[in-house]
Design a protein around this ligand. Structure first.
Ligand code: NAD
Ligand code: UDP
Length: 334
């Protein structure tokens, strides 16, 4: 039987496809390449180019493939853009989920592992954040993902489609051999931006805010390696295959690093100066986000291999150095 990965040409999805193939799963990928890259998809996976919201297309894929479960990464995820264009996010993310669940139900596919996010919590009431804490998003992106979680809950009630929502904290790094990695246009995430400065592609890093109530005034985040994250999806799929009920898990390291600490770690790993300046706060940034992720460790038996940020940055730097231009299809998707 086949695992269908939606959004499998994207940054995280391509690493999940790669790990699935490495572990011997039969894999099919659906992606419209709006932000993804065909070259990122492991050649052993079958590839279908199309949109999750296109039910005719999706029905066709489900007719062709014998699907045991889906892993759903396909979404837009740039917070500032979602503030300006909320309907774009509710259309692609939330309506995309409705389309997918309708097709899954029609084809009697009853398992879905879903990319959720720390952004569903909004400004945390306590640190570390537990799965049971209130989910009050502060931007349309987080709201679109929370709606997707709720839609899955009611689809479970009505149709018995079981789900695992994986709420990622800050994802970074790349496959250690440097063959796949992060290639977004424009790039908005801290680690790849720091490495663009290290590579001389950007003049300097702007650190957004140094007056937060944290150890050095800059935001604190919880970084998880993309390969560890990919493995959690496989564990979640097996958890559903074992007959367990729907559930939600945080995926993080339970350790926080400030933006200044990340810059210092990158200077150490790359040996580059990495010029940086302080800049005003970025709208909507919570001061500190750290996951309580013992639930994923206890229930899914998730055992992350990359437990320090220098290792995470080192793998991202390895990808950056071996692919200074990113994937070859850069122009097509920008
Ligand atoms: P990405 O943009 O690299 O990957 C998303 C993939 O989905 C792309 O290949 C894109 O082409 C595809 N896609 C988007 N809309 C589609 C549609 N309608 N039909 C078919 N394909 C479509 O993003 P990423 O960083 O790999 O993130 C993957 C998922 O993880 C997203 O759902 C995101 O919300 C979630 N997430 C990411 C982070 C992070 O730090 N990167 C953190 C929390 C959650
Ligand atoms: N950040 C920064 N400069 C940048 C990009 C990001 O200072 O050019 C900060 C951002 O304000 C946040 C942290 O880095 O405090 C992580 O941001 P990112 O966008 O990578 O992830 P988020 O935490 O928003 O999901």
């Amino acid at each position: 039987m086949t695992v269908l990965v939606l959004g499998g040409a994207g940054y995280i999805g391509s690493h999940a496809v790669d790990r699935l193939v490495e572990k011997g799963y039969d894999v099919a990928v659906v992606d419209n390449l709006v932000t993804g890259h065909r070259a990122a998809v492991n050649p052993k996976a079958r590839f279908y180019q199309g949109d999750v919201r296109d039910q005719d297309f999706l029905n066709d894929v489900f007719d062709k493939e014998d699907i045991e479960g889906v892993i759903h990464f396909a979404a837009f995820s740039v917070v500032p853009e979602s503030m300006k264009k909320p309907l774009k996010y509710f259309d692609n993310n939330t309506a995309g989920m409705v389309s997918l669940l309708e097709v899954m139900n029609k084809h009697n596919v009853k398992r879905i592992v879903f990319s959720s996010t720390a952004a569903t919590y909004g400004e945390p009431k306590q640190i570390p954040i537990k799965e049971t804490d209130p989910q009050v998003p502060t931007n349309p992106y987080g709201e679109s993902k929370l709606m997707m979680e709720k839609i899955m809950k009611w689809s479970d009630e009505a149709y018995g489609i079981k789900f695992v929502a994986l709420r990622y904290f800050n994802v970074a790094g790349a496959k250690p051999d440097g063959s796949i990695g992060e290639d977004h246009h424009p790039e908005t995430h801290l680690v790849p931006i720091i490495l663009e400065v290290a590579a001389g592609e950007r003049k300097e890093l702007s650190i957004f805010g140094d007056d937060y109530p944290t150890k050095d005034g800059t935001n604190v985040r919880d970084y998880v390696h993309v390969v560890d994250l990919a493995d959690a999806h496989i564990l979640a799929l097996e958890y559903l295959k074992a007959g367990h009920d729907s559930n939600a898990f945080n995926l993080g390291s339970s350790t926080g690093f400030s933006n200044k600490e990340m810059l210092e770690a990158a200077r150490k790993v790359t040996g580059k100066e990495i010029p940086a300046k302080m800049a005003p706060r970025r709208a909507g940034d919570p001061s500190t986000l750290i996951a309580a992720s013992d639930k994923a460790r206890d229930v899914l038996n998730w055992q992350p291999q990359y437990d320090n940020v220098e290792d995470i940055i080192r793998t991202a730097w390895n990808w950056k150095q071996s692919h200074p231009e990113g994937y070859a299809d850069r122009g097509a998707n920008a």
